[in-house]
Design a protein around this ligand. Structure first.
Ligand SMILES: [Zn+2]
Length: 479
């Protein structure tokens, strides 16, 4: 029996309504999760929202609401987008939930008791001094500033000094490096693995586990003046959601005995690949198996940003192309994993060529001929022609080929394989011209060709189900 499969999106920060980036990651994880389910694995798919921090407190204040009222309101728009995109997550974690707080306290306690190999406390308190951008909700370095301003928010950061609890990251880096090099902690794609190893070779300072100035967060159990800082708060969602702190059996099933996969965009690579494993090592919790880091995308060649006004509302794509169309178009814009450009104008041509012309046409022509000439039934396979053998030989290995792509996160490649076969079959249908054979009275031969096409459609309706569940269900109903 393969291990239970536990896959996560990052939790999404709810200082604003969801955008296409959230949709992209969620659809990708949904596709992977559904494929593993079809293949017979036990799957747990987690997503959720990061609801703490100054930015949330500010937006809440600006709208005249308490923090939790604001969170309760905005979280609904995140949950609705998931529903609208037909995302089949098994749980939705909110960092403001009681069970999450308990897990944060538990991991903090475990880390406070931990010692490094040379006997130092893993957690220690010290002054933190730095330049802080409220927009980014983080201290930023001089080096990152552009003309003295935060490059993302175009505002001047404030100089701040406060007491923090720190995590002694340096003590864990050699071990993490070895785990990454040996692929025990698998970082994908390879390019990202190199990037992480490069980071380890630079001096990465210890990081803060708590903040004094942030008020909206999980208060520390051992120091009420401090709240848990974003990394320990947010990253702990991956274990709080499955029972770390309140349900040991479930936690062991998915985390300790399962295969754990985190999927994310590259902006949070460092925190996931270095901070999170270090925290888990300190707390005596097993590490995830795999982290897959996908690229960023630009929209029509420009970095997506609220200020530029080029963010794409996932709801709008669903309105225009339907749920499955939206899912398909987002994941087929560029190869999964690398950076790419999303061009709304390409959506229409891609939709028409792949879904309407290739897939839609094949399905309707084959079904129509069966209705008119075969009494609405799928004709018997004909063993007489080698051309049928040829198409079958191409079709039968497809599920395994595609599952292999999915296991290696080659999502767009998986989709391409299926669409290629559809294209090939359309050509086959045109070349064989079964309608001519019917006119010539060669019904058995025509039936064999239709049978072969139906078999292709059957297989494709399974392998494309994880990306277009509704359309594939419709197609299966037709047949
Ligand atoms: Zn900023």
């Amino acid at each position: 029996m393969p291990k239970p499969f536990y896959i996560t999106t990052p939790i999404y920060y709810i200082n604003d309504v969801p955008h296409i980036g959230h949709a992209y990651t969620s659809i990708a994880v949904d596709m992977i999760a559904r494929f593993h389910k079809i293949a017979g694995r036990e799957v747990f798919f987690l997503t959720g929202t990061d609801e703490h921090g100054n930015k949330v407190a500010e937006v809440a204040a600006a709208s005249g609401m308490s923090e939790i009222d604001y969170c309760d309101k905005i979280v609904v728009s995140f949950q609705n987008v998931l529903k609208k995109l037909d995302i089949e997550n098994d749980y939705f974690i909110r960092t403001t939930s009681e069970r999450h707080k308990k897990a944060v306290w538990k991991i903090l306690d475990a880390m406070r008791l931990a010692k490094t190999d040379d006997g130092q406390d893993v957690v220690y308190s010290a002054d933190y001094e730095g330049l802080y951008c409220t927009g980014c909700e983080k201290f930023i370095t001089e080096k990152e500033l552009v003309d003295g301003l935060c490059p993302d928010h175009k505002v001047k950061p404030e100089a701040l000094k406060e007491k923090n609890y720190f995590f002694r990251l340096s003590a864990f880096l050699p071990k993490i490096k070895a785990l990454i090099e040996s692929n025990e902690l698998l970082i994908l794609p390879e390019e990202r693995k190199r990037e992480v190893l490069g980071l380890i070779n630079q001096d990465i300072p210890d990081f803060s586990l708590s903040r004094e100035r942030v008020k909206w967060g999980v208060p520390l159990s051992f120091d009420k003046e401090q709240v848990a800082y974003v990394w320990v708060d947010a990253l702990s969602n991956y274990i709080s959601a499955i029972g770390y702190g309140d349900d040991e059996a479930t936690f062991n099933k998915w985390w300790t005995d399962g295969e754990v996969v985190h999927l994310m965009a590259k902006d949070i690579l460092k925190f996931h690949t270095l901070f999170w494993p270090a925290m888990l090592l300190a707390a005596g919790v097993k590490l995830p198996k795999t982290m897959f880091i996908h690229g960023f995308f630009t929209v029509d060649g420009e970095k997506m940003s609220k200020t530029l006004g080029n963010t794409i509302d996932p709801n709008a794509i669903v309105e225009q192309f339907g749920i499955d169309g939206a899912r398909y178009l987002l994941l087929t814009q560029f190869p999964f994993g690398i950076d790419g450009d999303v061009q709304a104008k390409r959506f229409v041509t891609k939709y028409n060529s792949d879904l309407a012309n290739d897939l839609g046409n094949l399905v309707s022509r084959v079904a129509k001929m069966m209705i008119v000439n075969f009494d609405g039934k799928i004709p018997k396979p004909s063993s007489s022609t080698k051309e049928i053998t040829e198409i079958m030989e191409r079709t039968e290995p497809l599920p395994n080929t595609i599952y292999a792509h999915i296991k290696h996160f080659r999502l767009s490649k998986a989709i391409d394989e299926a669409i290629d076969l559809i294209r090939f079959t359309n050509k086959y249908f045109n070349d064989k011209a079964p309608w001519k054979l019917v006119k010539e009275g060669k019904l058995e031969e025509a039936g064999g060709i239709l049978y072969a096409c139906a078999e292709v459609i059957r297989i494709v309706s399974i392998v494309l189900f994880p990306i277009m569940p509704n359309k594939m269900r419709e197609i299966r109903n037709v047949f």
